[in-house]
Design a protein around this ligand. Structure first.
Ligand code: Q9C
Ligand code: ZN
Length: 345
């Protein structure tokens, strides 16, 4: 499959995150994408650099004030104290209910809380560069479909589906899949689907399109009653206004196996067929894998061929956009199994 690889993904290289109160090495690591690239090369897939600039569509979908914050966050952090170079900023306070989110504080950590949904999204020196080039890859993938091609993979990192109009979270800063879908619409398509098969609900993507009928968003994920992002992704979230009926969630309990997961996928494929879209954007998370260290489904590496195969049955121009997946060793194999399952389908 034709693949766009974000040039600067190695520039987002935070050293640690917090997990159960302790500093641990980041699950969302540079090595994840290194391994995907290795597997793509070993199995003969063509990898190219992004050839489109996402700036325009970034400013359509994301709040320009939030974008400006991301661009300058590391400088703001260093301006507090040059010794911060060796540290990472984390938010520690948030404008939850009854507090105001319409006045941007001067305090940097308070600003970070305003623009974050969690304290689990480490920010480092090259984060903006990497996020921007990941978005460029997703937009390039969309353009590749618009040129008449049938399928494409965007190897973007950091991931995107938890990021909303004006917030980061869940390792995400810019919503790559949403930017790809919006590009398809901006260039003349009338209806596109985003199907999110990451283990975690794509709260950012859902929120970006919740009141719209030109993007059908469907997500298969761990039940938010027990799984991140906890506060969105329930079955009764069906869209609002003219977007009513164009948001579909399939939450599944921890422990869900491939047969059970596939039953939800089959329902999603029927939803997609009824919508009659012109293209399909897949938020491709591989954290549904049995060996994933932070997730609780039991899908095996070989099952991912069948996932790709079933997606191909829709016969739609399809852009795969990389999301999560933290079993680093198996990640390359799992990604390429989906892509090759699709190509053989
Ligand atoms: N520190 C994606 O898969 N944190 N994001 C889990 C481990 C949130 C996952 C706790 C997981 C976010 C794109
Ligand atoms: Zn995930």
């Amino acid at each position: 499959m034709h693949c766009f690889l974000s040039d600067s993904y190695r520039d987002h290289n935070p050293k640690y995150e917090y997990f159960r109160g302790e500093k641990v090495p980041c699950f969302e690591s540079v090595e994840r994408l290194d391994n995907i690239v290795k597997a793509l090369q070993a199995r003969g897939h063509k990898i190219v650099s992004p050839d489109h600039d996402a700036t325009g569509v970034i400013h359509t979908l994301h709040d320009p004030v939030y974008v400006r914050f991301l661009e300058t966050a590391w400088q703001q952090w260093l301006a507090l104290d040059p010794a911060n170079e060796a540290l990472q900023p984390f938010p520690s306070v948030w404008p939850t209910r009854t507090l105001r989110d319409d006045v941007v504080p001067d305090n940097f950590i308070a600003k970070l809380g305003l623009y974050s949904m969690d304290n689990g999204t480490p920010l480092a020196q090259g984060t903006w560069r990497a996020a921007k080039s990941g978005a460029d890859a997703a937009v390039s993938a969309a353009q590749y479909l618009l040129n008449g091609n049938g399928s494409v993979f965007s190897a973007s990192r950091p991931p995107g589906h938890h990021a909303g109009r004006d917030f980061m979270g869940g390792y995400c800063f810019l919503n790559n899949a949403a930017l790809g879908a919006q590009t398809l619409l901006d260039q003349g398509m009338k209806k596109v689907v985003i199907l999110d098969i990451d283990y975690h609900h794509g709260n950012g993507t859902q929120s970006l399109f919740y009141d719209r009928d030109d993007v059908l968003f469907i997500s298969l994920h761990g039940d938010p009653k027990t799984e991140f992002p906890f506060y969105l992704g329930h079955g009764d979230e069906v869209g609002e206004g003219k977007g009513k009926g164009y948001n579909i969630n399939y939450p599944m309990p921890a422990g869900t196996n491939f047969d059970q997961w596939l039953q939800c996928l089959e329902q999603a494929l029927e939803n997609i067929q009824s919508f009659q879209p012109e293209a399909l954007v897949i938020s491709l998370g591989l954290d549904t894998f049995v060996g994933d260290p932070i997730s609780k489904f039991t899908i095996q590496s070989d099952d991912f061929f069948q996932v790709g195969h079933r997606l191909a049955s829709l016969r739609l121009p399809t852009a795969f956009i990389m999301e999560g997946g933290y079993a680093t060793e198996a990640l390359g194999t799992n990604v390429v199994n989906v892509l090759e399952g699709f190509e053989q389908g």
